[in-house]
Design a protein around this ligand. Structure first.
Ligand code: ADP
Ligand code: ASP
Ligand code: MG
Length: 419
């Protein structure tokens, strides 16, 4: 029997009426002859509420109990979806992560899949059930504890099931009708793309476009899952939405395909550090040990080049990291200074920054993208604080108050409304 994976995000299962609407889409696919694995998120806002309850109860919470609490939102929607389908005469059964079992690592709140044995769900399909409704975002550790996959993780559950069950397609139903040139909430000029290359989507997701969790794109790319994003609020068919596919399956690609942003960034500068071998590892070693996700890094040029015969040169080091890791980063650096592992005069933290990035595989073969980007930002008087580049993206750190303006300016500068 051909099999489809259909994932419904938080807004698509936000209340009973929306669950019914999603169930109708599932029923249609069953009537077309598919077995369906439905992956559900928690009702929108629920996971945030659960996280808030954990933090209020225990600021330095036990990660195992955090996962036990925050995974529960998906249990409710999985059961309700199965009930709704049953009411429509579609034989459906719900599955929590441990029942499948969805085996993950024990890295609580950012667990990774180890394996998803098919036997239990296959046995239910063999009994005549047409739909398995699986709670997204969660799994079970080797120790038998509940784990979660990181925020937005239901996308990754969906792709992992599509790979494990060799699904014909993995459809991600959400509150937008596809992947756009940028977040349509930031500019009405954002244009829906019919197709986007895995690599571009991977960059966009990791640079902040939360329409798909980064890991889901990685998995889809690795296991060649046919991945599609489409609306749960519109009538849809095989041609709807945006297909994430191989670069070779895209007829023509633009130099820049999309603009992404990340609001929750912070910039940390260590002033007056020595300029000699070992200083960078002295700084970033303790940060890595503290689990800080360091992103952009710049080191100033010092007045004179390092030279063993003339030590004493100094420089400054700046890096960015997620804003919610600033306190931990500061503590790690201060401890390293106290232990004489590093030496700096001053630590300056700027929590009012955002990252804006342009992404496109066409950049590999086109010069001048950075110049065009910087010109567009300067025309709006936006100052660039840090720059980083890779083969297919350019990112800048700017004042957060200019974030929307920068996204709009770049969208215009690269004429993405004509995508
Ligand atoms: P779900 O709850 O269905 O998982 P999310 O809120 O996680 O939905 O993701 C969908 C949202 O992603 C959209 O509402 C949109 O605001 C945002 N988004 C950010 N970048 C893009 C983009 N390039 N294309 C489409 N949506 C985007
Ligand atoms: N409910 C989880 C979250 O809000 C997982 C998801 O929606 O993908 O992060
Ligand atoms: Mg999501």
């Amino acid at each position: 029997m051909p099999l489809l994976v259909m994932k419904f995000g938080g807004t698509s299962v936000a209340d009973l009426a929306r669950i019914k609407n999603a169930a109708e889409k599932v029923k249609k696919e069953v009537e077309r002859g598919y077995d369906v694995i439905v992956i559900v998120s928690a009702m929108s806002g629920k996971t945030n509420e659960l996280v808030g309850w954990v933090e209020q109860t225990s600021p330095l919470f036990d990660a195992r109990e955090y996962d036990a609490v925050v995974a529960s939102g998906e249990n409710v929607t999985a059961g309700l979806m199965a009930l709704t389908l049953q009411e429509m005469d579609v034989p459906a059964r719900s599955w929590q992560g441990w029942q499948v079992p969805i085996n993950t690592t024990s890295a609580h709140s950012s667990a990774r899949f180890v394996d998803i044995p098919r036997e239990n769900i296959d046995a239910k399909f063999a009994e005549g059930f047409k739909v398995a409704v699986v709670a997204g975002f969660q799994g079970v550790s080797p120790e038998g504890r509940i784990t979660t996959l990181g925020r937005g993780g239901s996308d990754t559950t969906a792709v992992a099931f599509a790979a494990a069950f060799a699904a014909e397609r993995c459809d991600i139903y959400t509150d937008v009708d596809g992947i756009y040139t940028t977040d349509p909430r930031i500019t009405s000029k954002a244009k829906k793309l019919d197709r986007i290359a895995f690599e571009e989507m991977l960059e966009l997701a990791s640079l902040g476009a939360k329409v798909l969790q980064t890991r889901s794109v990685e998995l889809a790319m690795r296991y060649k899952v046919k991945l599609r994003v489409l609306s749960s609020f519109e009538d849809t068919d095989e041609t709807s939405g945006t297909l994430v596919c191989d670069e070779d399956d895209i007829m023509e690609s633009k130099v820049v395909s999309g603009v992404a942003y990340s609001r929750e960034e912070a910039k940390i500068t260590l002033f007056t550090i020595e300029d000699r071998p070992g200083v960078a590892s002295g700084i970033f070693g303790p940060l890595a040990d503290a689990g800080i996700n360091v992103d952009m890094i710049v080191q100033n040029i010092s007045e004179k080049d390092y030279d063993e015969a003339h030590p004493g040169a100094v420089t400054d080091m700046t890096f960015s990291c997620p804003i919610n890791q600033v306190a931990r980063a500061k503590k790690a650096l201060e401890e390293a200074q106290a232990k004489d592992l590093i030496k700096y005069d001053e630590l300056i933290i700027d929590e009012d920054v955002a990252k804006v990035s342009v992404v496109g595989i066409g950049m590999r073969s086109h010069a001048g993208v950075a110049a065009r980007m910087f010109r567009a930002l300067s025309a709006d008087g936006i100052n660039i604080k840090v720059i980083s580049t890779s083969e297919i993206k350019i990112s800048v750190l700017i004042d957060r108050k200019y974030m929307e303006l920068a996204v709009q300016a770049l969208h215009d500068a690269f004429e993405l409304e004509k995508a």
